[in-house]
Every structure is written in C-alpha cells, then in structure tokens.
Unconditional design. Structure first.
Length: 91
C-alpha cells in the first residue's frame, strides 16, 4: 500500500453509556501502524448527552502489527447507541 491508501473502513456501534461511564469499542485492523491516520464520524443519530451538544467520538491506535487494535471512544456519556464510521488511512 502507499501513503493515502485506505487500510480499513468499517461501521461500528458505540453502546449506550451507563451511569458515569463513557462508551468504548475495540476494532481489529490488519496491518495498522502507529503513524497511520484514523478518522471517525457519527453516522446515524444525534446523541443525547447530559451536558449539551459537545459530544464527539475519536479513535486511538492501541497496538500495531498484523492485527492491530483501534479503540473508538466518546468524549462523554451518551444515549442512545451511536453508529460510527471508522476509516484508517496509511500515512
């Protein structure tokens, strides 16, 4: 692959947050490296939070190699569950 190529695209579901917790889901991405770019966006519903409209999702690369881990998280508790598009691009 070359710089700018899409390594992975997937839709994932962040579950509804419980009291005092923030939703998180882990995704396995083959061949990901720490320098690769991960991008997330909410794709199905506007989340309801207890603090207003500053809800966001983000992804972090947790491990690399043949089957690396990407964690998708929200920045605050939300309801209902949220569908997230995850795109991984080779740096």
């Amino acid at each position: 692959m070359a710089s700018g190529d899409i390594i992975n695209y997937t839709k994932e579901t962040l579950p509804k947050s419980g009291p005092g917790e923030v939703a998180e889901v882990d995704v396995t991405v083959s061949g990901i490296q720490f320098e690769d770019i991960v991008n997330t966006s909410i794709s199905n519903v506007r989340p309801v939070t207890t603090t207003g409209d500053s809800f966001n999702v983000y992804a972090t690369i947790g491990s690399t190699g043949a089957t690396g881990k990407v964690s998708i998280k929200s920045n605050r508790p939300q309801t209902p569950e949220v569908t997230v598009d995850l795109i991984v691009i080779e740096k």
